[in-house]
Design a protein around this ligand. Sequence first.
Ligand SMILES: *[C@@H]1O[C@H](CO)[C@@H](O)[C@H](O)[C@H]1NC(C)=O
Ligand SMILES: *[C@@H]1O[C@H](CO)[C@@H](O)[C@H](O)[C@H]1NC(C)=O
Ligand SMILES: *[C@@H]1O[C@H](CO)[C@@H](O)[C@H](O)[C@H]1NC(C)=O
Ligand SMILES: *[C@@H]1O[C@H](CO)[C@@H](O)[C@H](O)[C@H]1NC(C)=O
Length: 539
Amino acid sequence: MALHYHSSPILLLQLFFYFSVSFAAPRSNETAGGVRIWPLPVSVTHGGHHRFYVAKDFHLITEGSNFSDASRILEDGFSRLLDLVRVAHVVDANLSRFASSSLLHGIHIVVSSPSDELQYGVDESYRLSVPGPAPGKPAYAYLKARTVYGALHGLQTFSQLCSFNFESRVIEVRMVPWNIIDQPRFSYRGLLIDTSRHYQPLPVIKKVIDSMAYAKLNVLHWHIVDTQSFPLEIPSFPNLWFGAYSKQERYTIADATEIVRYAQRRGVSVLAEVDVPGHALSWGVGYPALWPSKDCQQPLDVSNEFTFRVINGILSDFSKIFKYRFVHLGGDEVNTTCWTVTPHIRNWLRKKGMKESDAYKYFVLRAQKIALSHGYELVNWEETFNDFGSELSRKTVVHNWLGTGVAQKVVAAGLRCIVSNQDSWYLDHIDTSWEQFYTNEPLQNIKDPRQQKLVIGGEVCMWGEVVDASNIEQTIWPRAAAAAERLWTPYDNLAKDPSQVFARLAHFRCLLNQRGIDAAPVSGLGRSAPWGPGSCFVQ
Ligand SMILES: *[C@@H]1O[C@H](CO)[C@@H](O)[C@H](O)[C@H]1NC(C)=O
Ligand SMILES: *[C@@H]1O[C@H](CO)[C@@H](O)[C@H](O)[C@H]1NC(C)=O
Ligand SMILES: *[C@@H]1O[C@H](CO)[C@@H](O)[C@H](O)[C@H]1NC(C)=O
Ligand SMILES: *[C@@H]1O[C@H](CO)[C@@H](O)[C@H](O)[C@H]1NC(C)=O
């Protein structure tokens, strides 16, 4: 039996019978025993009765690839896949007792592009198939992708087809044959972390990156510094990290390089942010001249040329580490009172004939020019667009956060947009439900296909005021996964009623737990404890 669906995963319930219903009463109309892939692919077909057991020497074949894997990105991705599917249970069956024809011997991966450059817009598509039983011929899964990053997504999907069989005590792939065609709906699928409000140790950031890859998120937006602390080493201005909370709570350049490298090997780009001119008080701990005065410490002193030399130094250092096409220049929540009340700045404004709002614009546009001179395209928070959108560089991507309806205006003005409206996609809003995360539609009220293309994606934001290493994972997951499906899966495959995907999301949450990620129960609000005794799959 082969089933094919595009727009209606719900059909599966009527058409499909399940095998091991170890689930207690799934709250959903998607089958508990059927397709459990999260996020849902573009198209999936699968069989019914037949299964393969994963062979003990399950191995990788790359014959026919144009990709040499010189940096071992694919090979490492493959061995992580094996670790992930083997971590759940001890395989204590003697696999030599099974007929060779019942075993899946490996996966054959063909990548057509020789390049392993990870950049905005990289092709992330893949096709994955697992054959049906064909006696006499050793069976292999087959994965085809344009780039190694598409292949990594395909491996993630394959890992979700694997499960442990408690009778045979082996890992199996049920319901063969599988044919999956997949690619993301948006090229920018982000998660923000904030290492200024609380320092996050390197291993925590790496674990967050691992978990992003499981949900096919592909941009780590690193809000590195803010008012409260400046943890990153900046060689051009070595006193800046005097603004760290403590000597221990800092990142060296080598640390930052390692984060970028680690992320890239998992198909995740790093978008670095330096938020100017507000949100920058900590800069002045090392260089007090950046403050308007000792008593009034932000925004950065707009009248001082030194301020722009420091920004230039930071972006020059960034350009050696952060190779993503974009840098984020912030520009939000600028309170210009300190410029008005500080005599030398007030005089400067008068001499230039500027109001405070002009000075804000002057600052943002000058920072943009500096970033452009280092080869970056730009991201700025939406206030810059709301206040002087027509004067922003055309290379600006406007990052929405205040509310809904902004993307519509941004793309009508011909600029690109990232959607993060705080009412739905702020993870620090603990009482925003996963259903709100799931149903937030980036293209809402945008009908013109040319304008739709300008919405490059969306991002969920894990602001750091009340998260540190102890609770960041359960605040991010599973709600970020709900947004991840919105950003990955074709619109027509998304459930109109989120309750229909509860069981599949709960399954993904339990999978995260099994993989060592502290994802919270689905049915509570952000990072809530389980409500009582019960199966992981219904909580
Ligand atoms: C599932 O679908 C059936 C009919 O389509 C409906 O009667 C039932 O209420 C649905 N159950 C849930 C939990 O949504
Ligand atoms: C596994 O099974 C094979 C074939 O039946 C047998 O030769 C071998 O000794 C067994 N190994 C173990 C560890 O039981
Ligand atoms: C490898 O590259 C060649 C030349 O560009 C191309 O013709 C061929 O189709 C590629 N192979 C695969 C498997 O994509
Ligand atoms: C703006 O900054 C001034 C000076 O630091 C402060 O007194 C005032 O409360 C701030 N206004 C807002 C709305 O935050």
